[in-house]
Design a protein around this ligand. Sequence first.
Ligand code: FEO
Ligand code: CA
Ligand code: CA
Ligand code: CA
Length: 600
Amino acid sequence: AVKPEPAPVLLNFAAIPTNRLDKVTVPQGYTARAFLPMGTPLTGAYPAYKEGGLNTGAEMEQQVGAHHDGMHFFPLDARTDGKNSAEGVLVFNHEYVEPATLHQNGPTGAPRPADEVRKEVAAHGVTVAHIKKDASGQFQLVQGSPLNRRVTGATPMEISGPARGDAKMVTKYSPDGTRTRGTLNNCGNGYTPWGTYLTAEENWAGYFMNADAAQPREHKRYGVATKNGRYSWETADSGADQYQRFNASTIATDSNRDYRNEPNTFGWIVEIDPFNPDSVPQKRTAMGRFGHEGVVFQPPVEGQPVVFYSGDDSTFEYIYKYVSKAPYYKATAGGHLLNEGTLYVAKFNADGSGEWLALDFNSEKFRAAALAKNVEFVSQADVLINTRLAADVVGATKMDRPEWGAVHPTTGEVYFTLTNNTARTAAQVDKANPRANNATGHIIRWRERQQPQALSFDWDIFLLAGDVGTETPGTGLKLTADNHLASPDGLAFDKNGLLWIQTDMSGTQQGSGPFGNNQMVVADSKTRQIKRFLVGPIDCEVTGISFTPDMKTMFVNIQHPGDRSTVTKLTSTWPANDATSRPRSGTVIVTKDDGGIIGS
Ligand code: FEO
Ligand code: CA
Ligand code: CA
Ligand code: CA
C-alpha cells in the first residue's frame, strides 16, 4: 500500500517585504512566471500579438483579452475524478480596457473609430484556454485545441430564470426578451459544483448611456450614464446596431432601433460551460441584478439546496445569498439549479447575529415591506431586475463595498472582503462596518446556523486592514511589516484551509504611503497568522486565484500593470520588462522550486 503523504507544514516560508518594483515578487524558494498575457493568440488563425497597439479588432477577437481578473482552473477530468494537475482549461475574466495602451495612438474622442470599438468590445469578456504541461513540466497553451474560446462583449447569450421573456428584457435584438449580446466588466468569478464557470458582471452600468430627462429606476439605481458611455461605444462611426445598443435613450429610439431595455440584460451572473465551446452562455437572473463582484458556493450536500453568495461592490451596497429551490444531487446537478430559487440579502445585527431577508414577490412579508416604502413591484422578474431597490425596502445592511467571498472547505464559514468606503461618516458607522472614512477595508465572516440555507447566522470581523500596528479588537491580531495591507479584494480558500487575500489599492494608495504595490497575503483563519506571499508590478491589481488539484501550481492574475501610462510615457513594461514594451495584463504561474505545496 502507498503511504499517504504527511500533511504539509503550512506558512513555513519567510514573508516578503512590500516593494514598488516592476516585477512579481514571491518568497524565497518560489518562482513566478508570466503566462497568457493580453494579445496571446488563442483561436482561429492565431493572430500574433503586435507591440504598439497594432492589432485590429478582428485579431483581438482571436486573442486573449485585456485586464485579467477572476479565474478558475478546471482539471481536464473536472467532471469525474478532478485530479488532473497536468492538463485542464484555465478560464479567466477580462474586466475592462486601457485605451491609452490598447490602441496605437492612445484614446480617441467621439465619434469613436468603429474598429477601435470592435477591439475594445473583443478585449472584454472571458478567455477559455486549454493548457497542458510540456515535457519540462511547464504549462503551455494547447495550440489548435477546440476548447480554446473567447467569449466577448458581443457573444450571443441566453437570458434564463425568472426575468427571461419579461417585457423589460425586450430589445430589437430579442423581441421576445430571451437573448442578449455579450458580458461586460467581468470582475470576480465563481464556478459550480457541476464543473461550469460563473462570471460576474460588475461595473456594467457605465458602459450604457440614457439621456432621458428621467431614467427608469432599473437604470438610475445602477448608475447608467446620462451623457456618454464609459468608452462612448454608442458613437462608433460605423453606426452599427451592435454599438448603437449602448445608447438606451428614448430620444434615440425609433421602431427599428429600440434598445431602451439593453442595460436590463446586464448586471447578472453568467454561466459558461468551459468544456463545450459551442454552448451559449446563460445569464442566471434568479441570482439577482447588481454590481456582482463574484460568486461562491457552500460545499453542496446531497439532497439539500445548493447555496451561493455574491457581493455588490459599490459603496453602501449589500451581500446576497441564493438558495436553489430544487435539491442538489451530484448525478443530476446542473444549471437548472440556478434558474429557480430564493434570493436573500444580509442584515448584520449589532449583537453579532445576522438574518437573511428574502427578496421574494410571493412572500407577503416582502410585499408589505415594499408597500410600507411606497415601492411597487409587479412580479418576481421586476424584483430581480431591481434587486438593489428590493434590498433597500427590506432594510438590509449597507456595507463598505462587498468584493469577493470565500467558503472554508471544511467548516463552511463564509468570509467576505469589504474593500473600502471613504464615504462612510461617523454617523453611519455600525458594528459590521465599524470605521468612518474606511480607506483600508476589512474582512467580515459568518457561520450559518445549522443548514447552509438557514435564515440566520453568527458573524464577526476577521481582520481590519491597515498600516503596521492596526489591531482587530478582541482578536489579538495586530498587523506587522510582514502582513500590513489595504483594500482587500480577491479572496479564496485553498483545499488546505489557507485563506489567500489579494489587494486592489488605487494608484494613489500604492504610489505613496506604507503599502507599496498591490499584493497578496495568506492567512491561517484559525490562528490569524498572516504572511505576505506576493507583490505585483507597478500600478497593477493582484486578482484572480486558482490552483491545480495537487496544490503544486498556483495561478494568479496581474491586472492593468502600468495603468497610469500614456502612449509616450510607460509607468510599467511588465511582463516584458524591457523599458520599451507596453504593459499587458497577464496570468502568473507560481510554483515551489522543490515541487512542494503552495503555501508551505
Ligand atoms: Fe472589479 Fe470590485 O473590483
Ligand atoms: Ca475586484
Ligand atoms: Ca476592487
Ligand atoms: Ca480590477
